[in-house]
Design a protein around this ligand. Structure first.
Ligand code: ATP
Ligand code: MG
Length: 276
C-alpha cells in the first residue's frame, strides 16, 4: 500500500516562513480532513507537496513509498500519482480544455490513447461531473464560473485517477447540487482506493465524503491530530478551544502577510497600462 510521508516540513513563501515543521502522513484508502484558520498554511502545504516553485522547502522531507518527492519535477509528481485540485484554479487563455486533458492523460501513459478512446472517456467524465460537453472546446478555466472551475478540477481527477488526491476547498463556490456531484466523484475514487487530503472549512462536504481522520494546521504546524469528531467541534466552536486546551496562541489573520496579488490589483494594473 502506497504512503505519502511528510516530516518536519518547513516552507518559505515570498521570503517568509509559513510552514514551520509539518509532520503528516497519508496512506492509500485514507481520507484525511485538514482544517485550520485562514492564512495558517493549508494551501501552502498542498502547493509544496505538488511542487509549486513559489513555495520553497527549506527543511524536512516528503517521501512517496520511500522515494524523495522533493527531487521530482511537478510532472514527475503527477506521474507518480499525486494530484492537486487548487483552491483558485488558474485561467489559461489560449489552452483548449480538451487539448490540455489529452496531453495530461497521455503524459500518464506509455502509449498515447486513440482519439476514440480519449473522446469516449472525456464524454463519460463530463457527463458524470454534470458539465456540458461543449465546455471542452473552451480555453481552460477561462471565464468559467467559480463552481464550473471546481467541477473542472474534479473532472481532471476523474480522468487522471491519482493515488493521492489533494482537494483544496473544492466545496467553495459549489451549489448544493454540484456538491452532491463532487461528493459522488470523490466517493468513486475512495472506492478505487485513492488516498485523499481534503481541505475544507465546513462540515457539509466532510459529512458526505466521510473522512477517516482529521488534522488541524495552526501557525504552520499540525497542532491536533484526531478523529472526525474534530470536524463537528470546529464547525460549531471554531478554533478558540484549541488555544484554550492546548495553550497554543492562534495568530490572527492580520499577523500574517496577505497574498500580494488580487484580481482587483490585476484589473487596476491593466487599466493603468491601457492608459499609458
Ligand atoms: N504566493 C504567495 N505570495 C505571498 N504570500 C503568500 C503566497 N502564498 C501564500 N502566501 C501567504 O502565506 C500564508 C499562508 O497562506 P495559505 O494560502 O497557505 O493559507 P490557508 O491556510 O490555505 O488559508 P485559507 O483558509 O484562507 O485558504 C498567508 O499569509 C498568505 O498570504
Ligand atoms: Mg487555502
Amino acid at each position: 500500500m502506497s504512503e505519502l510521508v511528510i516530516k518536519n516540513l518547513h516552507v518559505e513563501v515570498a521570503s517568509k516562513e509559513i510552514l514551520k515543521g509539518v509532520d503528516l502522513s497519508l496512506k492509500e484508502g485514507e481520507t484525511l480532513a485538514l482544517l485550520g484558520p485562514n492564512g495558517h498554511g493549508k494551501s501552502t502545504l498542498l502547493a509544496a507537496i505538488m511542487g509549486n516553485p513559489a513555495y520553497k522547502v527549506t527543511e524536512g522531507s516528503i517521501l512517496l513509498d520511500g522515494d524523495d518527492v522533493l527531487k521530482m519535477s511537478v510532472d514527475a509528481r503527477s506521474k507518480a500519482g499525486v494530484f492537486l485540485a487548487m483552491q483558485y484554479p488558474s485561467e489559461i487563455p489560449g489552452l483548449n480544455s480538451a487539448d490540455f486533458l489529452k496531453a495530461a492523460m497521455n503524459a500518464h501513459r506509455e502509449k498515447p490513447m486513440s482519439l476514440f478512446e480519449f473522446y469516449a472517456s472525456l464524454q463519460t467524465a463530463y457527463k458524470a461531473m454534470g458539465i456540458p460537453f461543449e465546455m471542452s472546446k473552451r480555453n481552460l478555466n477561462e471565464g468559467f464560473s467559480g463552481g464550473e472551475k471546481k467541477r473542472n478540477e474534479m473532472l481532471q481527477m476523474k480522468l487522471l485517477k491519482p493515488k493521492f488526491a489533494m482537494l483544496d476547498e473544492i466545496d467553495s463556490g459549489l451549489d448544493v447540487d454540484a456538491m452532491v456531484v463532487v461528493a459522488k466523484a470523490i466517493e468513486e475514487e475512495q472506492k478505487r482506493g485513492a488516498g485523499f487530503l481534503v481541505v475544507s472549512h465546513y462540515a457539509r462536504l466532510y459529512n458526505m465524503i466521510k473522512p477517516t481522520r482529521a488534522a488541524v494546521l495552526i501557525n504552520g504546524r499540525i497542532a491536533v491530530n484526531g478523529g472526525v469528531e474534530l470536524i463537528e467541534k470546529i464547525d460549531t466552536e471554531g478554533y478558540e478551544w484549541i488555544k484554550r486546551d492546548l495553550g497554543i496562541e492562534v495568530e490572527k489573520e492580520t499577523d500574517v502577510p496577505m497574498n500580494t496579488v488580487s484580481i482587483g490589483a490585476c484589473a487596476t494594473r491593466i487599466a493603468v497600462n491601457d492608459k499609458k
